[in-house]
Design a protein around this ligand. Sequence first.
Ligand SMILES: Nc1ncnc2c1ncn2[C@@H]1O[C@H](COP(=O)(O)OP(=O)(O)OP(=O)(O)O)[C@@H](O)[C@H]1O
Ligand SMILES: [Mg+2]
Length: 589
Amino acid sequence: MSTQTASPPGGDRVLTRLLTTYLRPYRRELTIVVALQLVGTVASLYLPSLNADIIDNGVARGDTSYIVDQGVWMLVVSLLQIACSIVAVRYGTRTAMAFGRDVRSGVFHRVGSFSAQEVARFGAPSLITRTTNDVQQIQVLVVMLTTMFVAAPIMSVAGVVMALREDVGLSWLLLVCVPVLAVAIAMITVRMVPLFRRQQERIDHVNRVLREQLTGVRVVRAFVREKAETERFADANAQLTDIALRAGRLQAMIFPTVMLIFNVSSVAVLWFGAHRVADGEMQVGALTAFLAYLLQILMSVMMASFISTLVPRASVSAGRIMEVIETEPSVHAPVEPVAASFGRGEVSFHSAEFRYPGADAPVLRSTSFSVGAGQTTAIIGSTGSGKTTLMSLIPRLIDVTAGEVRVGGVDVREQDPEALRSRIGLVPQASYLFTGTVRSNLQHGAPDATDEQMWTALDIAQSRDFVTAMGGLDATISQGGANLSGGQRQRLSIARALVRRPDVYLFDDSFSALDLATDAALRAALRPYTRDAAVIVVAQRVSTVAQADQILVLENGEIVGRGTHRELMDNCPTYLEIVHSQLTPEEAS
Ligand SMILES: Nc1ncnc2c1ncn2[C@@H]1O[C@H](COP(=O)(O)OP(=O)(O)OP(=O)(O)O)[C@@H](O)[C@H]1O
Ligand SMILES: [Mg+2]
């Protein structure tokens, strides 16, 4: 097929696979649609020959009662045809919409199972376009297929048969007009095909730019980049407009071309038909019927060609959708999960290594350590030393590339991710809150926490004052927690982890936005609360880590020192360097 030129390799195959997979549940509805379309098409094919009959046998002979009889019959056939079309379109569109919903839900669930790595690979803007616009493209195709396309082949084959029944002498006109129309439309669509893939990519691009600018609006303002960013958006927009215009212009050519061919064909039929009528080889009714059939045939050829212009675009979208659906998340649940039988947390790393796909060097190298229940381990290290990476391995946000990480004595990869995660309270480096209330955000930590438990968590997280000022547990939180300060956000995300009462606490640089006094008060309140749990704290400040049972000093993905504050002061130059950069000598000793 000509439409394959710019599709991705096997693009049409991917489209077929997507359609068959997701339309399978709707076989019954589709059968009904095809059946109704069949009846409707037969009815509309019958009309011209009835009309011819009225002209030749009624009008020509002046037989009024024959005209009325046949006219009533024509009316019945028309109503039947209308009824069939209405019901077929209803079923067809409902099926197409249901199909769209299923595909969207399929993509959505797959994206939901992705680890940070897969999300980073596609990029959030592209995942959004794929879930919305790309699904839409295929949905449009399915609407067209179910409502129009089914009728086209029936119409053209039966139309040819009916036309030949009316008059064989004019049949050569079919042999000329139909191929001319098909070739003309094919020539236009072939040129449209390559534009579609680029159009989807440019939609991605516009989304990416816009999203980046909205998220980074403060940076844009603060650095007076508005002009440059406006230009960047205008550029992305102009590129999309350009390609859409080019595709649109080609699409706009289809209609005039079709009309030209239609009208030239009609003139030809009338011209040659009139000679045959004059020679007595053909009746007037037959001529009108022949003309009607020719137009019906051309119409269905046009419909089929028009729909086939949608196929390349849908193929591109199908490829993009299937790419998401068929990407296996790198973090997946084990077939037979092992339940870690432990009441209290206990985390250990055994020569754990993590390497980003395609990176030359691992960002975390042969890391081994263990944290017992009731112990606090602090991790300190310069930016980019791999602290967040190390933390992400524990709740399996990413998986080790060598070695292993155990929680409760069992390799995390052998545990059910949900069971594992429900035992972990993570406070991520970038605090993120969801639209809702303080209560609904804390419920992310523990869905059935009581108000009292929530207030205890808020107390420890030093948030009682500002939450009360905001209006208590039912105070509104806007998207991402935008109506809170950075420190307030951080404290609420600490409370969210606390209310869960997990076996393992992970604080990734969670005290950085707090002033020293609040930091100290929070840590003091935290100690009795987390007595039975394993606690891992990532921090930049020596004052935050000094009292930990064990401190790990991370440098370039390697542990270069471990021990208590005192021990490290004596034997770890890197630690000493950090301490001296932050404290006065008296404080340090
Ligand atoms: N998606 C990624 N792809 C490739 N490399 C990455 C990716 N994310 C992080 N890295 C690299 O991994 C290294 C460790 O990053 P990580 O976030 O663990 O550092 P960190 O110690 O938490 O730093 P910070 O103190 O600034 O939070 C960095 O050098 C970074 O360049
Ligand atoms: Mg970090």
